[in-house]
Each structure stands twice: as C-alpha cells, then as structure tokens.
Design a protein. Structure first.
Length: 495
C-alpha cells in the first residue's frame, strides 16, 4: 500500500474522453490518447488495501486487483503485468469493454467513488505491450493431444490460449472471415480499435494456436467429422440467436436486427465496404432496446450522420445512486450511467423527443407503420408502468426511416447445424446443456461461454474460457494445473 491515505486525499479521476464534436467525426477510440498515464499512479493509490477485497468476489476472473494497484502506484509495470495476466488472458479487452462489476464491489464504493479499477487495468495492459512484457508463451513440450475450439470470441480465444500453453495442439474454427467473434464485428471501433485484437491473435499464433477462418462447423465441415478428428471439442459459439419483436409492421423494409447493422459498419472500418448498405446517414433512427448493444448502435448512427436517433428502454429511468434496499453493496447496481454514445447524443441533441441523451425510458413499441412502398416510416409507442402495463393516454409516434432491434440474445444459433448434427442436449431457453465439468451429453465435447451460460459479460466469457480449458485438460490428461476461476453454475452476486 503506497499511500495509506490516498483514498482520502485523492479524488476519483477517470480517463478523459475526447471532445464530442471531434470524436464523432472519426471511428477512433473515444478517450484522449496518452491522458491516462499521467493520472493513473495517483488513482491506483486510492486502493485501500482493505482486509477483505470484495473486488475479487465481484470479478469472476478473481483478478488480483489490490496487488496490481499497489504495483502501479510504484511504477512497477513488469510485476503489475505479471499479476494481471496471471488471472486474465486479455486485459486490454476487459479494460475497454467490461462494465467493471469489480468497481461496484470496491470497499471504497460503500460511501465514496470507487477506485478506477478498469482504468488501472487497461493502463497495465497497454504498458505491457508497449514495454515488451507480453511475449508469446509457447509450451515447453507438446502433449500429443488435439483440441478443436469452435468460435473465436473471448471464450474461445481464452480456452485456446490456455490449452495451447498447456501443450495441446489447438485449432480454432471461426465462421467469419476474421477472428474475434462479437468483438470483431459487433463491437464498434470507437469502443475498441481492432489492432488490440489483431495483436493478441498474433501472439497466439506465435504460441502455436492454429486458426481456421471462414469455416462454419456444421456447414463447411460436418460437426461429427470434426469431432472424429480431435481428442476434444470446445463449443464457444456465443449466443447469436437474437430476440425478435413481434408487433404489427415488423415485416416493413428498414427494420433490422442490431447484429445485422453493426457488422456492416465494422466492415466499412475494415475497408471491406465503402459505405454500409444499412447506413443511418440522413435517416430518422429509432433503436429498440436499452442495453449496451443499443448504445453501440446509437454511437454508430451518430457517426454515420443520422438526422435523428432515439433509443427506447422499456425500463424506468434508474436513479443516480444505488438503492441499498434493493441492490445493496457489493452487488452490481442498476443506476443511471452515461456511456460515451449517450454523452454524444445528448450534446448533439440527436433525439428531439427525448429529454436528454437520446433515451426514452419506460417506453414500449406498439407497432410500425410504413409508406406505399412498404418502407417503415413511423414507430408507435406507449409509456408503461413498473409492471410493463401501458399507461392510458401516453401513446405517440416517432419518425423512423431505420429501426434497429437490440433486444438481446436467447442462446446459440442453430442455422449451421452444429447442435443438431452432434445431437447436443439443450435447455428450454436454447442454451447447450452441460455438467459440472463443462461436458455436454456427447463424450469429448464441452460447451462454454454464452452458448451454454446465456448472454453475459466479456469478463464472464473469459472466465468460462479459462475454466473450460482446465476441464478439457483434466479430460485429456487426468489432472490439470490450469486455473478454473468459475464453475458452470456460478452466477454474479445478487441479494
């Protein structure tokens, strides 16, 4: 503990964002380059070295947060990088994309702003690359066992890296043309520039992991054929079956799922397309869904030059402070948060119908109406109460030339035939059934991540990847020294 009074003398200071009018004109990350390092030592000093660090429990990876906070406060970047990578394969991803449940569990957060754990994490990760503290770690010897990992999202990549480092020969199968899963085509460039992803997969190649892109298991290669080739298979395809909105007018042209819209914008950034065929430019855009995916659509539409953008959230606007009776510390509270995209929309006044930041809370979609050509032109909504019942007299219509549905995901998609060809058992909600060892009903086949857990956070995805790697290692060798931070039935802290 470098400064025992740091949490009393130093106020919280977050990584500053670039001015709105500047950042909406490009796709670069929203933060001021180089502005984090000058402040991060003092921010790390705010860690209390508390007797029972609940940040550990709030993070499914079990990140050693007080340890690397202390090391950062002392400018010991090498040791900090070692302690961070001891529990997290990809801290540059979580430091940018995770909503930081660790901060909600910070002991300081009981009555003060939490330690900027997420900012410290990303500073360590970036310094590790900058200073050469993240070299490839190929195994000393090979086990002679082979593993196929299906899916290259955070779960699949974490599992593959752990198993490769344990000495197994691992091939990752990805149906898209580039690696990364949702991180590649679902996360906008302004939230995480893709060079971070490329750098990590280059490291994995140097360690010995093989990658097979543009290969959909079940379609381009039979699932049973793949199973016969390998000693074990890990299914980490994510939850890609999006939820629908069954209201009148859904068939109108111009209504798209978020994951039909976001990948096209990412392909423009990759140089594959000059412009997106579903661009928001010059259109009145309405986003249905109040989560992170909806916010990603919001920031993307703003950068594409939408005439207006409004986001609908069926839940009531949360308060600015934690409700201790409903969501006591150290659980992750539902409070009002202002993402970079919402800040942009609020400053630019993209949603005349909304009070601020482009969101309409407690709003439910009734129907869509269109023109004579079958194109959507309006979204009709109504306010709802806490039980989601319509409030009489609150109906109204919003202009809508482009509607984006960001309603979440129910489980893995079945269109490629992977689940059916292997005969995998599934839960009623559509996720893959597994036992306490992450094993499915098919011998040698394991399931991890959102495909089995259901839609979750990136930090849980990486934890699942590390845990399933330990289970596969035990299956192949009889024992394992790989860490298993969670079990398949673990869940976030709740009351």
């Amino acid at each position: 503990m470098a400064d025992p009074k740091g949490f009393m003398t130093t106020p919280r200071q977050d990584w500053p964002r670039r001015p709105v009018e500047e950042r909406v004109r490009d796709w670069d990350e929203v933060y001021v380059p180089g502005a984090l390092l000058p402040i991060i030592n003092k921010q790390a000093d705010r860690c209390m070295d508390c007797g029972v660090p609940f940040c550990h429990e709030a993070c499914p990876l079990g990140n050693l947060i007080p340890e690397w906070n202390d090391l950062v406060s002392r400018d010991d970047w090498r040791q900090a990088a070692d302690r961070l990578h001891a529990t997290n394969n990809f801290p540059e991803f979580t430091g940018r994309l995770c909503p930081a449940p660790c901060e909600a569990g910070c002991v300081l957060a009981i009555n003060q702003p939490a330690v900027t754990i997420k900012n410290v994490e990303v500073a360590i990760a970036d310094q590790a690359w900058e200073l050469g503290f993240a070299p490839p770690q190929p195994p000393d010897r090979l086990s002679g066992r082979t593993v196929a990992v299906i899916g290259s999202g955070p779960t699949g990549l974490a599992a593959a890296q752990q198993l490769t480092r344990a000495g197994h020969t691992v091939a990752v199968y990805e149906k898209d043309d580039r690696l990364g899963g949702l991180m590649r085509y679902g996360i906008p460039e302004f939230k995480m520039e893709k060079h971070h992803l490329r750098r990590r997969t280059d490291q994995m190649r140097a360690e010995g992991t093989k990658f097979r892109t543009s290969t959909a298991v079940g379609r381009d290669i039979g699932a049973t054929e793949l199973r016969a080739r390998y000693d074990a298979v890990v299914i980490a395809t994510g939850a890609t079956a999006w939820r629908e909105l069954d209201v009148p007018g859904r068939e109108l042209t111009g209504i798209h799922q978020a994951m039909e819209y976001l990948p096209l914008a990412n392909r423009v950034c990759e140089g594959d397309l000059e412009t997106s065929p579903v661009s928001a430019a010059g259109k009145h855009v309405v986003i249905v869904g109040g989560g992170d995916t909806g916010a990603d659509c919001l920031g993307t539409a703003v950068r594409e030059g939408a005439t207006s953008v409004t986001q609908l959230d069926i839940y009531a606007q949360p308060g600015a402070e934690r409700d201790e009776d409903v969501e006591p510390w150290p659980t992750y509270p539902k409070i009002y948060r202002l993402s970079a995209a919402h800040q942009e929309a609020g400053d630019l006044r993209t949603a005349p119908a909304a009070d601020a930041d482009a969101r309409l809370f407690a709003a439910s979609t009734l129907r869509f109406t269109g023109d004579a050509d079958g194109r959507v032109r309006s979204l009709h909504l109504v306010e709802v109460d806490a039980e989601r019942r319509p409030v009489t007299g609150t109906g109204r219509a919003l202009p809508a030339d482009l509607v984006l549905l960001a309603l979440g995901f129910s489980g893995p998609g079945r269109e490629d035939g992977l689940i059916d060809q292997l005969g995998l058992a599934t839960e009623p909600r559509g996720t893959i059934t597994r036992d306490a060892e992450f094993a499915t009903n098919v011998p040698g086949v394991f399931a991890a991540g959102d495909a089995a857990r259901g839609q979750s956070l990136i930090v849980w995805a990486i934890a699942e990847g590390r845990a399933v790697a330990a289970a596969v290692d035990r299956h192949l060798t009889g024992s394992s020294r790989l860490p298993a931070p969670i079990g398949p039935y673990d869940r976030p802290m709740t009351v």
